[in-house]
Write a new protein. Structure first.
Ligand code: LLP
Length: 418
């Protein structure tokens, strides 16, 4: 996906038709800015490859759970991949269709299972035998039958950052491929479980096609083996994981992914479910921040900005690269800057070695911040979380107010006098 919704016009970076400096003046910084058109286009492009196939695109809510974004995707026909009762509530509040929800995650609680059974979700992606037994009990108690896929761990290397690789044997996710057939036979015999699908998710920010295809081969072999045992699989959930371009990566094009997956599926009459997160939102958002101070030390030039690791954790946590652009680039000699936040940790950086011409008060855009940006933000250092704005053509909508400092300790209490 290209970054063409964030472009320089009249030497000013715009989101669609709105200049980012105007957004900063109106809503302050730090501020997440999303492009409605980029979100819409990404969903349309992902879906286009599967238009002739029975399919469902379930947006991975964890990548960006903003109600406005969920509502936009719901209107475009998306389903949702959730991993908690909180995400279920969000999707319902945003107008998502419960019949298009898949529920992933290794630690579903009884309360979460009940809420999802009450909502009537499309499928539980079950990750262990213990979870299967518990779900059968909970469904039995409620007089319901739970639709289930087993998440199988195909043991393929997604060739991505170890923290976000999930399909290897030693990960906590899914059931071992070798055990899957046996567990399916157990599941099929449980009165309050209905076996509907097979699920697999091997990792995130995957930039090659081959791990997806290797995993899909293994899943299809399992589906065929299950058919031999009289268990008909109605859908395969291929998970998410398609990477985006942050710097110079060349992730698989959506069309190539779709063509290759459909070729492997062949004539089988099976619905395909996908759980993309980053690929739909990552390049549809930027984090807007202001340079507070420029500081020179003997060896480095620091640009201290008003966004920090609590706003965008990816650089600190994964050493992730995000491009950083000046909102109004200066016609002056560039200097090598460390772009850092005000949080009291040396790990609080947003970018190393960035050649920029800066003055205090300048605005910067941290690019490709639409996925796992706001969703992983925290209040570390008692910093209110940023505002979020959605741009639609020349319109600007505040979709989340900046947190107020008083909100941050509203739930706390001081001990009574002894
Ligand atoms: N399905 C499941 C079961 C997942 O665990 C995930 C992501 C997705 C779908 C969506 O994956 P995506 O299409 O976005 O790659 N915080 C990390 C990424 C963690 C991904 C966790 N699972 C980051 O900032 O890079």
């Amino acid at each position: 996906m290209t970054l063409n919704t964030f472009t320089l016009k009249n030497n000013t970076l715009h989101a669609e038709n709105v200049a980012l400096n105007n957004i900063a003046s109106e809503f302050g910084t730090p501020c997440y800015v999303y492009s409605k058109s980029a979100l819409t286009q990404a969903f349309a492009r992902f879906s286009a490859g599967f238009k002739d196939a029975n399919h469902l695109v379930c947006f991975a809510v964890k990548s960006n759970p903003s109600l406005a974004i969920l509502n936009l995707f719901a209107k475009l026909g998306a389903g949702f991949d959730i991993v908690s009762g909180g995400e279920l509530a969000r999707v319902l509040a945003a107008g998502g269709d419960p019949k298009k929800i898949v529920f992933s995650g290794v630690g579903k609680t009884e309360v979460e299972m009940q809420a999802a059974l009450n909502a009537g979700i499309f499928c539980f992606n079950v990750e262990s035998v213990s979870e299967l037994l518990r779900l059968n009990d909970v469904a039995n108690f409620m007089g319901k039958v739970a639709p289930v896929s087993l998440r199988v761990n195909p043991n393929v290397d997604a060739k991505t950052h170890p923290y976000i690789s999930t399909g290897l044997k030693n990960n906590k996710f899914g059931v071992a491929y070798e055990d899957a057939l046996d567990i399916y036979l157990q599941a099929a015999a449980m009165p309050n479980i209905a076996v509907h699908g097979v699920d697999c998710h091997i990792g995130s920010q995957i930039t090659e096609l081959s791990p997806f295809l290797d995993a899909f081969d293994r899943v299809l072999a399992l589906v065929d083996a299950l058919e031999q045992h009289g268990i008909h699989i109605q859908h395969i959930d291929a998970g998410g994981g398609i990477g985006i371009c942050y710097n110079d990566e060349t992730p698989p094009a959506f069309d190539d992914y779709a063509t290759a997956m459909l070729a492997k599926l062949g004539e089988r009459n099976i619905k395909l479910v996908f759980e993309p997160g980053r690929a739909l939102v990552g390049n549809a958002g930027v984090l807007l921040t202001k340079v507070e101070y420029l500081k020179q030390t003997e060896s480095k030039n620091f640009a201290i900005v008003d966004a920090a690791m609590n706003d965008l954790m990816r650089p600190a946590l994964y050493d992730a690269y995000h491009a950083i652009q000046a909102v109004q680039p200066r016609d002056a000699d560039t200097v090598n800057y460390e772009i850092v936040g005000p949080v009291c940790e040396s790990g609080d950086f947003l970018g190393h070695d960035r050649m920029l011409a800066l003055q205090e008060g300048d605005l910067l855009a941290i690019m490709s911040a639409g996925a796992y940006g706001m969703s992983m933000a925290s209040n570390y250092n008692t910093r209110p979380r940023a505002a979020e704005v959605m741009v639609d053509g020349d319109q600007t909508h505040l979709i989340r107010e900046r947190e107020k400092i008083a909100d941050l300790f509203a739930l706390e209490k001081i001990l009574p006098e002894a």
